[in-house]
Every structure is written in structure tokens, then in C-alpha cells.
Design a protein around this ligand. Structure first.
Ligand SMILES: Nc1ncnc2c1ncn2[C@@H]1O[C@H](COP(=O)(O)OP(=O)(O)OP(=O)(O)O)[C@@H](O)[C@H]1O
Length: 316
């Protein structure tokens, strides 16, 4: 049985100019023990999908199950399987960190949870903040508390909606070590992030959403191998030839993806013929950010990059 199953999920919001479809027929399964990434640009529908999974919002159509429990008709059991770290920092300013975690344990009917709460605090670098009031914490520390709150009932499925937004490098590493350990112990992880290097390092499989539709879904390694695999990077002043207008330009730095050696040669020839003076040329492997941009810029019909069904072989 899948850990999480989205089947034909659509969601419409009422807008000033009629209904707005935030999700369009989204279907995929996440297998138990997977570390699964959900990527997409701002407004693609990631938080909407997670809100439906967490029972905070209702799908207009379709069905969502967590370990077989429907998130609407069997809400309590579905919710108990989930630990959700929300994107927004919502907290009660009147409690200490330990009190907040005890109260959250109570919501799930977990009693005498202090040993696990202490372990969570230690693993999230919060041990010395246990008795601090929530309103005294910095933004990054509040985020750590949200992670701890999501995990108090030891949920088999951990959902993280941009958990590292606004978080310093040290906590990111602490957080990922901890989440990766929970994943090795068998917890399923669903992650949304805009830090694509994190997704590349952590996720077994990745789904990409664009305007509410799944436009890519595959093992991370297959996504990296399946699209442009070479990245040319150089510095130059002046205009690029029009035929290279798909290049990514950041100040003087130009990056262009290529599928093979011939395409690399063609790009260099185009630059030479146009009289462009380039410096510091590097040719390297494309990373997930390049793949993401290529997929998002492509005129993708849904499922154009969806090549591989869920499988357990990549989870080992
Ligand atoms: N309550 C709402 N009412 C109307 N429209 C909404 C509502 N919530 C979200 N939307 C719209 O639905 C679309 C998807 O939003 P969503 O927050 O799911 O995107 P996202 O992929 O999580 O984006 P981000 O990366 O910025 O967090 C957006 O166009 C957003 O404006």
C-alpha cells in the first residue's frame, strides 16, 4: 500500500473573474520509505496539494489517501499518520517550547512524551531553549520548533513545506541529517523546497508541478540523465546571438545547456561567428536546477516528462 496516494486531484478557488484552477488532475503515489520531492515555481500548487493532504483544504475532485486512509472520510486516522511542517510560522506566543510540544503531543493522545521531546529538542539544536517562551525565539528557531511539533507523535509520513526558507546553513545541515536519519529508519518524507541542490541531494524521486499540473515525475537520477546533461558556463560582455536566447544570464555569467558534444561545438561556433569574446569557459554536468529550468521553460504538456512509475527499487 502506498504511503501517500493522490488520485485525480483538482482544486478550484473562487476568483474575482470566476473559478481559478490551482490543481488539475494530479495523480501520483509515494511509496513507504521514499524521500520524495515536490518542486515547482511560486504558485504552482505545492502548498495547495499539501494542504489537501493535511486535511486543511478540500479537493474539488479526486481522492487522497495516507496509508490507505482517506483524508476526508477517515480524517483522524489519516492525520495521525502525518507530521506536517507548515510553510508559515504559526505558533502560540504564550507557551514555552516544551509546553508547546507537550500540548501538541496531547492533540494526538500521546502521554508521557518527555523522552521523545528531549530527543527532538537535542536533535534540532533546541535543548537550551526548552524553557524559553515561543515569542523570545528567532525566526529560525521557531521553524525548528515547528519541525519538532510535527514529529511529536512519531508519524510514519513527514511532510515538509519549504522547511529551510530563512534558515541558516548550520540548521539546514542539522535538520537534513535528522530528517535523513528518520528516513533511513523507515519514515516516508515529502518535501517541497526551492533549494534544488537540497532536493537533488536528498530525494529518491521528484515530481515537478507547473500551473497545477504534474509535468515531470521520475527518479532524481533519471531526471538528471534524461534532459540536457551538459552545462556550458562562461563570462562575456555585450549581446548574445539571438539563437542563444534560451541561455541563463546572471550579470556577466552566461549558462547554456547542451545535450551532447556536437551541441557544445555548435554553441561555441555560434559565439565565434557572432564575434563574442568569452572568458572563463567551463563545461560541466547539468544539475537539478538546470533540469528544472529546462522543464519549466519547455512547452510541456502534462506528463511529457513522466516516464517512470513509482517503484521500490530506488528506495533501498
Ligand atoms: N485561498 C486561496 N484562494 C484563492 N487562490 C489561492 C488560494 N490559495 C492559493 N491560491 C492560488 O493557487 C495557486 C497555487 O498556490 P500555492 O500556494 O499552492 O502555490 P505554491 O506552489 O505552494 O507556491 P509557493 O512556491 O509560492 O509557495 C496560486 O496561484 C495561488 O494564488
Amino acid at each position: 500500500m502506498s504511503a501517500v496516494s493522490f488520485q485525480h486531484v483538482s482544486k478550484s478557488y473562487k476568483g474575482p473573474r470566476g473559478p481559478f484552477q490551482a490543481l488539475k488532475d494530479v495523480s501520483f503515489d509515494i511509496e513507504p520509505g521514499e524521500f520524495f520531492g515536490l518542486l515547482g515555481p511560486n504558485g504552482a500548487g505545492k502548498t495547495t496539494l499539501i494542504s489537501i493532504l493535511a486535511g486543511l483544504s478540500r479537493a474539488t475532485e479526486g481522492q487522497v489517501r495516507v496509508h490507505g486512509h482517506d483524508v476526508v472520510s477517515d480524517y483522524a486516522r489519516a492525520r495521525r499518520q502525518l507530521g506536517v511542517v507548515p510553510q508559515e510560522l504559526v505558533f502560540d506566543p504564550f507557551f514555552t517550547v516544551r509546553e508547546a510540544l507537550r500540548i501538541q503531543s496531547g492533540y494526538f493522545g500521546v502521554k508521557c512524551n518527555d523522552d521523545w521531546i528531549d530527543e527532538l529538542l537535542a536533535n534540532l539544536g533546541l535543548a537550551d531553549k526548552a524553557n524559553a517562551n515561543m515569542r523570545q525565539l528567532s525566526g529560525g528557531m521557531k521553524r525548528r520548533v515547528l519541525v519538532a511539533q510535527a514529529l511529536v507523535h512519531r508519524p510514519p509520513v513527514i511532510v515538509l513545506d519549504e522547511p529551510t526558507a530563512g534558515v541558516d546553513v548550520e540548521l539546514r545541515q542539522t535538520l537534513w541529517q535528522f530528517i535523513a536519519r528518520l528516513n533511513r529508519q523507515g519514515h516516508t518524507v515529502l518535501l517541497t523546497t526551492h533549494y534544488l541542490e537540497e532536493a537533488e541531494a536528498l530525494c529518491h524521486r521528484i515530481a515537478m508541478l507547473k500551473a497545477g499540473q504534474v509535468v515531470a515525475l521520475d527518479r532524481t537520477s533519471a531526471l538528471l540523465a534524461g534532459t540536457a546533461s551538459t552545462m556550458l558556463s562562461f563570462k562575456m560582455d555585450g549581446e548574445l546571438p539571438a539563437s542563444l536566447d534560451h541561455a541563463r544570464v546572471t550579470g556577466r555569467i552566461v549558462q547554456i545547456t547542451a545535450h551532447d558534444a556536437q551541441e557544445v561545438e555548435d554553441i561555441l561556433a555560434t559565439l565565434r561567428i557572432a564575434g563574442c569574446k568569452i572568458e572563463d569557459l567551463e563545461i560541466g554536468r547539468a544539475d537539478l536546477e538546470d533540469v528544472f529550468l529546462e522543464i519549466m521553460q519547455a512547452d510541456t504538456s502534462p506528463s511529457a516528462f513522466v516516464t517512470r512509475p513509482a517503484g521500490l527499487e530506488q528506495v533501498a
